[in-house]
Design a protein around this ligand. Structure first.
Ligand code: PLP
Length: 383
């Protein structure tokens, strides 16, 4: 089995697994306990906080551990809305890019019951947010704007800092979902100028079930999970020590690999796959603009992406159609590709190949060989 779906989730790195093991066994203390065993766990959590903060250019007291990227973004959005309501604020509009992950889009839309209104900022044909339109949409009634760092279906990188500047000019908060970039390209919260940044462990070789929200200093945010005062009283619940340690180690590993040029190696394998698939009639979604190194969204207008993905699976290659958690409109068409203006055929014929730190040259060649074979097979059976 060759794995070509790293944007859906990544395998836990060996080094991360080893760092976590003692925290499942002999080092089982509760970080809130004042005795030695508890303080040992607390020190490990605080070390992981420093490691996570270092990867994104934040201060360690700006990093709060959560269960996943979805929780992080939900917290930023709903915590900001609750705070606005509690303070009698008048800002009731939420502006989100049309290509956001469902964890942002749906979290905003769910706030309709509390009187908040969500509007989508359009993207161009490459999937890049229309900053000029955001500028026109943004007014003093906007509570929060959200623009992701890179899209999970196309890998397209967004002009986050420009969008944040516009939001701040009008007194709005700014959230950046950086789940697909942290650990894959350099991420710096100061350069991005966001108030909140979401990240997720399982996209950077830590396990599923751990994430973090960076809340910049001075930004007030209501908790969504009230409890025993953990995470400085901002997120209750006994800390998931082992996975927090795993996330910290994964951040150190990612930092080392970013230094050693791993992103360049991945991008060149990705480019070789793309070149061959374009020769086969594929079109790279967002191919004309900067993207994260490992993600490739490709459309074949003359065949079904789902058929292609399933056939590749039969031959032992895991890829994806568009996205593993797409926001369908009842017809299964990706909201991202729809927002980019792809035809129905091109959107339906779309696959996502995503590679990562363990993808070797021979893995990439095998992915390409199987995808090509399956494209030919589907074309020959459908005439
Ligand atoms: N945001 C983006 C861009 C994603 O790709 C994903 C997962 O696919 C998420 C958020 C959700 O992260 P998690 O699975 O940790 O909840």
């Amino acid at each position: 089995m060759i794995y070509g779906d790293w944007a859906a989730t990544s395998p836990v790195a060996e080094r991360v697994r080893e760092a976590m093991i003692p925290w499942f066994s002999e080092k089982f203390g509760n970080p809130s306990s004042l005795h030695g065993r508890g303080q040992e766990a607390k020190a490990a959590v605080e070390n992981a906080r420093r490691q996570t903060a270092a990867l994104i250019g934040a201060k360690s007291d700006e990093v709060f551990f959560t269960s996943c990227g979805t929780e992080s973004s939900n917290w930023a959005i709903k915590g900001s809305a609750l705070r606005c309501l509690a303070e009698g604020g008048k800002r009731k509009r939420l502006l989100v890019s049309a290509v956001e992950h469902p964890s942002v889009l749906r979290a905003c839309e769910a706030l309709a019951v509390l009187g908040f209104q969500t509007e989508r900022i359009p993207v161009d044909g490459n999937g890049v947010v229309r900053v000029d339109i955001l500028e026109r949409m943004m007014e003093e009634d906007c509570l929060l704007a959200a623009v992701m760092h890179a899209n999970n279906e196309t890998g397209v990188i967004q002009p986050v800092a420009e969008c944040a500047r516009i939001a701040h000019k009008h007194g709005a908060l700014f959230l950046c979902d950086a789940v697909q970039t942290v650990g894959h390209i350099p991420v710096d919260v100061n350069a991005l100028q966001c108030d909140f940044l979401s990240l997720s462990g399982h996209k950077l070789s830590a396990p599923k079930g751990i994430g973090a929200l960076c809340v910049r200093e001075g930004i007030a945010l209501f908790p969504l999970i009230d409890g025993g005062g953990q995470e400085c009283g901002r997120r209750g619940g006994t800390e998931n020590t082992a996975e927090i340690v795993g996330l910290g180690e994964a951040c150190v590993l990612a930092g080392e690999e970013l230094e050693s040029g791993e992103a360049g190696r991945i991008a060149s394998l990705r480019n070789e796959i793309e070149k061959a698939l374009v020769e086969l009639g594929g079109v790279i979604n967002g191919g004309a603009v900067p993207r994260v190194p490992g993600i490739s969204g490709i459309s074949f207008a003359d065949l079904g992406g789902e058929n292609l993905m399933l056939l590749c699976d039969l031959y032992g290659v895991c890829i994806s159609t568009g996205s593993a958690c797409s926001l369908g409109h009842g017809d299964g068409v990706s909201h991202v590709l729809r927002a980019m203006g792809l035809s129905e055929e091109a959107a339906n014929g779309s696959i996502r190949i995503s590679i990562g730190r363990e993808t070797s040259r021979s893995d990439a060649e095998e992915i390409l060989r199987v995808v090509k074979q399956c494209v030919h097979q589907i074309r020959s059976t459908h005439g």
